[in-house]
Write a protein that binds this ligand. Structure first.
Ligand SMILES: [Zn+2]
Ligand SMILES: [Zn+2]
Length: 310
């Protein structure tokens, strides 16, 4: 297969450099400007989250070794060679093609995230991400291998339909990874920075709402990179009802368990949903796609970002 190069860096080196560089920078900033205190042992959580990254990476490597075209980059190369996908039907400047692909893929990830909250069996898998009782940059690494493989399958179908270049796919995956670590950071951004930034990008304060134990909050704010999709499709909640310092993070059903353990994380899709969890998923499932607040949402939530922060 053709190897991709980005300014002299090979694709794997680019991915690893951005991942390690952004993670290290955010961990350093979290020490200097922490938003909240953490409740569980950092060592246990970080070990589990880094183990999950390795495990997820291995699953994708095995899939790639078995059939490279089943990964998004391999599919993009194949689609370009065979004239598949919308973007391969037109001659357009490379920058425009990359920009369109990045925006559409970000919308796809937003929609996929929303579906994972609405369909009960998908929520069972995705709730591993939400069960983290704390919220820091490593929470962004906490996705079940089944979710990673399903996500790749969805991306492969999207690549076949859209036909982006392999470069656009790599850039999208690298940017998504960096943005996800940023918006999970336990970082206190000053209001003068958070307010303008979240008009375009998902900030840590915006995504923290998505990790609230309140279903009316964690079934909203689905964006990972661009914040506009939640605003446009009515799933935007500006601030948590209890404020960023007092809000509860995680899932109520599992608050007394050990969600920081790797074995616990891997087993969670196969555990029966409790009554409370089922109710949460169902409430999202039956909430009309109008963006109306679910029953537990606070009708007094301030729609103006940043105006009622701790
Ligand atoms: Zn989620
Ligand atoms: Zn998250």
């Amino acid at each position: 297969m053709t190897s991709l190069s980005f300014g002299g860096l090979s694709e794997p080196v680019l991915r690893l450099s951005v991942f390690l560089g952004v993670l290290a920078a955010l961990m350093a900033l979290e020490r200097v400007l922490p938003r909240r205190g953490l409740h569980r042992s950092r060592g246990a959580r970080w070990t589990t989250h880094l183990s999950i990254v390795v495990l997820d990476g291995l699953c994708l490597r095995v899939l790639g070794a078995l059939a490279a075209p089943l990964l998004a980059v391999g599919t993009a190369i194949w689609a370009q060679a065979h004239g598949w996908g919308l973007l391969n039907q037109f001659e357009a400047p490379a920058w425009l093609e990359v920009a369109v692909a990045l925006a559409l893929f970000d919308l796809l990830i937003w929609a996929q995230h929303r579906v994972f909250h609405r369909v009960p069996w998908l929520w069972r898998i995705h709730r591993m991400h939400h069960a983290d009782p704390d919220f820091d940059a490593t929470t962004a690494l906490r996705f079940h291998p089944i979710e990673i493989l399903l996500s790749m399958a969805i991306k492969v179908v999207a690549v076949l339909l859209l036909g982006p270049s392999a470069v656009a796919v790599v850039l999208f995956e690298v940017i998504l990874n960096a943005c996800a670590m940023f918006n999970h950071a336990n970082l206190r951004l000053p209001l003068w920075l958070d307010t303008p930034l979240r008009r375009v990008l998902v900030t840590p304060d915006m995504h923290r709402v998505h990790h609230s134990t309140r279903p009316g909050e964690h079934h909203n704010n689905f964006g990972f990179s661009l914040s506009v999709w939640d605003r446009w499709f009515g799933t935007y909640v500006a601030q948590p009802r209890d404020g960023h310092l007092d809000m509860q993070i995680g899932l109520r059903d599992f608050a007394r368990e050990r969600p920081e353990s790797l074995r616990w994380c891997l087993a969670i899709p196969f555990r029966a949903a409790s009554a409370a969890s089922a109710t949460s998923a169902t409430s999202a499932e039956t909430t009309p796609m109008t963006g109306a607040a679910p029953p537990d949402a606070d009708p007094d939530l301030d729609p103006d970002p940043g105006s009622s922060r701790d």
